[in-house]
Ligand binder design. Structure first.
Ligand code: C5P
Length: 238
């Protein structure tokens, strides 16, 4: 299983994104393009980053009726992305439809993963705002099992949940985990956080890291620290 660090490029323009990525001379990080950048720049930003040699996780978190999800995914399958996602809350039928739409006529497709609960949500908020009266573990594992039933490749979850998702859905079912912070960093609006090393120990396959890298004084050094801590499982040397 390839483990990697994905940088969340949460910028509002292509220029800011290229200025940021230009700092990386010796490596081509796996990047995540989210709604902000995609809505600002459209599919051309994806094509350009691909031309530059980056792997791309297109994080659009599709959540709609099955027919719309399917048609949206078939448009996205025309872009040479490596990974994209839907909300598991959209139901098993919607996830199946999305997978169908994403599959190209030759049978190939990018990885498709499902968002379980956003890492900015905690149990109290889930109870109060969403009227979900279950533990986070029950909700996340239920959504993960739904995603597996629908044929998806994995889920987006907190690194805290990666181990029990693997216990239930197997080692090859991917866990893509945002909510990663350095031990000495700010948590910001994220509530269910772990360090890169803890995420690795807990079975995360890919960690998605935004602000700890993009807002660092030296983003390349922060990225390298992240890779080192994640791949070496905790040998943090600053
Ligand atoms: O800056 P930070 O490291 O918090 O960025 C995390 C990224 O992961 C953001 O782009 C956010 O949209 C995304 N994400 C998340 N929680 C999820 C799914 C995606 O934080 N459950």
């Amino acid at each position: 299983m390839a483990k990697d660090v994905i940088i969340a490029c949460d910028f509002s323009s292509a220029k800011d994104t290229f200025d940021f990525l230009d700092k990386f001379q010796d490596e081509k990080p796996f990047v995540k393009i989210g709604m902000e950048l995609f809505y600002a720049e459209g599919p051309e930003i994806v094509r350009e980053l691909k031309r530059m040699g980056h792997k791309i996780f297109l994080d659009l978190k599709i959540h709609d009726i099955p027919n719309t999800a399917k048609k949206t995914m078939s448009v996205l399958s025309g872009l040479d992305i490596d990974m994209t996602n839907v909300h598991a809350a959209g139901t098993v039928n919607m996830m199946k439809a999305a997978l169908e739409g994403l599959t190209r006529p030759d049978g190939t497709r990018p990885l498709l993963i499902a968002v379980t609960q956003l890492t900015s949500t905690d149990e109290e908020t889930m109870k109060k705002d969403l009227l979900i009266d279950k533990t986070m573990e029950v909700v996340v594992t239920h959504y993960a099992m739904n995603a597996e039933r629908a044929g998806l490749d994995g889920v987006v979850c907190s690194p805290k949940e990666a181990s029990y998702v693997h216990d239930l859905c197997g080692d090859s079912f991917l866990t893509v985990t945002p909510g990663v912070r350095f031990a000495d960093g700010d948590t910001g609006d994220q509530k269910r956080v772990m360090t890169p090393a803890e995420a690795a120990k807990n079975g995360s396959d890919y960690i998605v890291v935004g602000r700890p890298i993009t807002e660092a004084a030296d983003p390349v050094a922060a990225y390298r620290r992240c890779v080192r801590e994640f791949l070496n499982q905790g040998e943090s040397n600053g």
